[in-house]
Design a protein around this ligand. Sequence first.
Ligand code: XMP
Length: 537
Amino acid sequence: MNTSNQQLLQTNKTDINMDFYDSVIVIDFGSQYSELIARRVRELNVYSEVVSYRTTTEQIKKIAPKGIILSGGPNSVYADFAPSCDPEIFNLEIPVLGVCYGMQLMTKMLGGKVVQANKHEYGKSILEINPKDKLFLDLESKFTSWMSHGDSVTELPSGFSISAKTMNTTCAAISNREKKLYGVQFHPEVIHTMNGQEILRNFVISICGANPSWTMDKFIEDSISQVRAQVENKRVLLALSGGVDSSTLAFLLHKAIGENLACMFIDQGFMRKSEPERLLTTFQNEFHIKVHYINAKERFISSLKGIIDPEEKRKIIGREFIRVFEEESKKIGPFDYLAQGTLYPDVIESADSNVDPKTGERVAVKIKSHHNVGGLPKDLQFKLVEPFRKLFKDEVRKIAKQLSVPKRIIERHPFPGPGLAIRIIGEVTEEKLKILREADSIIRDELNKAGLYNSVWQVFGVLLSIQSVGVMGDKRTYSHPIVLRAVTSEDGMTADWAKLPYEVLEKISTRLVNEVTGINRVVYDITSKPPSTIEWE
Ligand code: XMP
C-alpha cells in the first residue's frame, strides 16, 4: 500500500462527517448489548456511536456528545482488571446514564458502594419507579424490567437518590438530578423491558436535549455531497454481490457520481436460480447502471475439485475471488477508488473495545472465515469509499427504500459470500449445484406462497453428499437427502429454528421429492444457534 493510502485508512478520512448531528456516545465495557443501545438511540433519530472504555475525556470533548451512556459489562467493578473510564467524564457537564455495570461503576467512582448481592437477579423483575424522576417521566408506576446482575449498589454517592426499586434490589435506578447523572440496574435497551425505549427517549431527548436530526433522508443528502467532494471526477469501482448493502451502495454512488461508477459482478457459479440474470436486468435495464459481468464459474468450480473441508472451501473461494477481482479490475481500470459496503458492526468488531483487558486478546473466536465482497483486503491499490461504515443494517435498508431499490433486493434473506458452495456438504459438483438450486427455488416459492418468507430470517436447503434408500413408483431409489433449514433471528448472531406449520413442511417435502431429480428424502433442522450455526459450513 502506498503511503497516502495508508494515511487515508488510518485517519478514517473516508468516513462521512458526522459533525452535523447531535450525538450520544455509548462507552463500551464489554456488554453484548452495547451495539444494541446505540441502535436504540438511533431509532430516536439521534446519532450514536460505541466507543472504547479507554476513550479519554479529551477525545470525548472533541466528539462533543450531548450525552454519554455507560454500557453494561460481564465483570464485577471490584474484579482485577475490571474496565473503568476516565473519571473526568463526570465533570464534563454532559448528562451520563449508567446501565447495569455502568451504573455500578459510576457509583463506585463517585464514592458509593457496590457489593455482591445475596440474591442474583436474572430475567424479568417488576420495577417500582418514582414517576417524577426525569428518566421515568409520564410512565406508569410499576412495569416489567429485564435484569441481569450479581452485584448491587448498596450506598449511594453523595447527591444521588433512589428512583426505582424491585423486590430484590433496593437501588434499581438512581439519579443525581443536579448533575444530570443517572443509573439503571436493568437493561432499557432489551425488548423485555417495558417502556425501555421511553426511558431512553427521556434521557436522550429530554435530559440531554439532543436534536433528533439523524434521519436517512439527511444522511443520503450529506453522503452524496461528501462522496462528490471526496472522489471529485475520479473513477470508482464497486464489486456487486446482489445483496442489499452493495446494491444500495451502487444506487447511492450512481446518484452521486453517475458514469464514474463502475460496477463489477463476479459470477462464481454459486448464486441461486436466476439470480445473476435478475441482477443484471435490474441494474442495467431497469436502472441504467452499467455492470461488468465476469463469468468465473469454471474457475471456481474447478478450484473446489476434491475439497470437502468447510474452512478450506471458504478460503479457496475467498482467494479466487480476490484474484479474479484484481485481474478483471486491471482490464477495466484504472480506478482511484474502491467502494465497499462496510457496515458499522464490522467496524466495531475490529475496534479495541473488544479486547479482553486481562489477556489483551480479542474476545471473538473465529468460527468461520467469512467471505463477501465487502471483505476485500485493504492492501489493494485503491483508496476506499465506505459511506456506510457508520450505519447499521436496518439503516441501510431504510436508505434502500428511499432510493427505490427494488423490494426483492431489500427483503432478500442474507446470503453468504461463498453461496451455495457452503450449502453442499462434501465436494461441490455441477450436478449437486443443479439439484440444490432447484430445491432452493422450490423452498422459497413455498414460503412465499404461505406468506411466511418475510417472517423468517433465512430459509434454505442444505444438500448432503450421503445417499439413502427410498421407493418411488415401486422402484428402489438411492439418492441424496436435503436438509430444510429455516430460522428466526434478530441479527444472525443467535437464532431459533422456525416453527413452520406442518402443512407448509409437507408441501415443501412433497414438491422437493417429486420435482427434483436426485432427492428422495427431506429432513428438517430443529437446532438453534447456539449450539449450531445457521449455515452448515
Ligand atoms: P452462521 O452460519 O455463522 O451465519 O450462523 C450467520 C449469518 O452470516 C451469514 N454468513 C455469511 N455472510 N459471508 C457473508 O456475507 C459469509 O461468508 C457468510 N457465512 C455465513 C449466514 O447466512 C447467516 O445469516
